[in-house]
Design a binder for this molecule. Sequence first.
Ligand code: ATP
Length: 406
Amino acid sequence: TIGAVGDALGRSVFVVGGFVRDLLLRQENFDVDIVVEGDGIAFAEEYARRYDCRVRAHKKFATAVLIFADGFKVDVASARTEYYLEPGALPTVENASIKLDLYRRDFTINTLAIALNGPHFGELLDYFGGQNDLRGKAIRVLHNLSFVEDPTRMFRAIRFEQRLGFQMGRHTVHLLKSAVRMGFLDKISGPRVFNELVLIFRESDPLPAMRRLDELGLLAFIHPTLSVRHLSDGTFAAAKQAVDWYELLYTGERCQRWKVFFLCLLSDLDHGEVQQIVQRLAMPPQCEEFFGSERDAATRILNQIEWRSMQSYRWRDSDIHALLKDLPVEALLYGMAITEHEEARRTISHFITHLRHVKCLLRGHDLQSLGLAPGPIYREIFDALLDVRLDGQVVTREDELQFVTN
Ligand code: ATP
């Protein structure tokens, strides 16, 4: 249908980038990027008129998103034709604008496009050797100034290398090292670096990419003390295990796995050093709190749990709950990953599986019907009720009522 709208408007339309790369690698990818030679927004609007979907246009970037009834989205971008195609241009300059659009991309493997217009449907455009590099498992930039033009590509190169099991070409590594040496990383804003790190931490196993960032000097650029050299292979593996375990539990609450890995990366740094990183990356306020006060609390509590496990302290469930209830789940999973005490790990996992979502059954109106006037006493009663429930002293609603009246 996309090609048909292109035909009707007399515009060439292509599917490009990661979708085509993953198609050729036979990997799943639901991010469809379309490039239209000409006005992408007008194209998207025409498409929406015919096929009943919504359009969100970004005039500033000449891009649009098609949003289908089931939530599926397709990104549409414009390859501007006006500069490159003379009126009555010769057939040899046909597709000049898509070629230029593809030339602006990061790596050869991301420059492949497939034509969608009727007569050309399914034709693969490969101007920069993308297929060859897919076969040779190589990440290569398109020109010598690529990393200088956009230093975030250094992070992207490492992410693709590790995700796909590819390697940067020799010249590309050389260009990356020169760009690091010449300080080009300083040109990227904090939030962009932060975004790239989060993307790496969202990959299924971020450790190899972290090692590569370290080896190529990208971690040290974020902060001189930042390194994975001190981390045993086990730490990230344990974090991955904890996150995978949590996701299998289906508690209904998703965890942001990147935060667990990020905490592991910061595990040897003190409060001041982490604060410098938070500032450098200009993290948003809720992340600032997470890597600040919440991380500090998690470290303190983990120490307590470890210490008490070493004393073979006999926990009541209400003690565990009181200690851990205010920590975000990501900090709990980090604790499970980082601790070397099996007993401490079990305590945290017990809290997550059995205690975290325990609630007492009585509500405010129940207390009111017992003749208790609302006030701070309610909080105290609910806390006490929760403790006795956690410790198995009350089970039913009647038990709770009995407990309150006593
Ligand atoms: P992913 O599977 O991680 O989403 P992707 O290749 O789809 O990978 P996106 O970040 O969604 O990556 O980008 C879509 C396309 O835009 C890429 O395939 C690439 O061609 C291009 N692109 C993205 N970022 C850059 C950049 N910094 N410089 C040049 N081209 C880029």
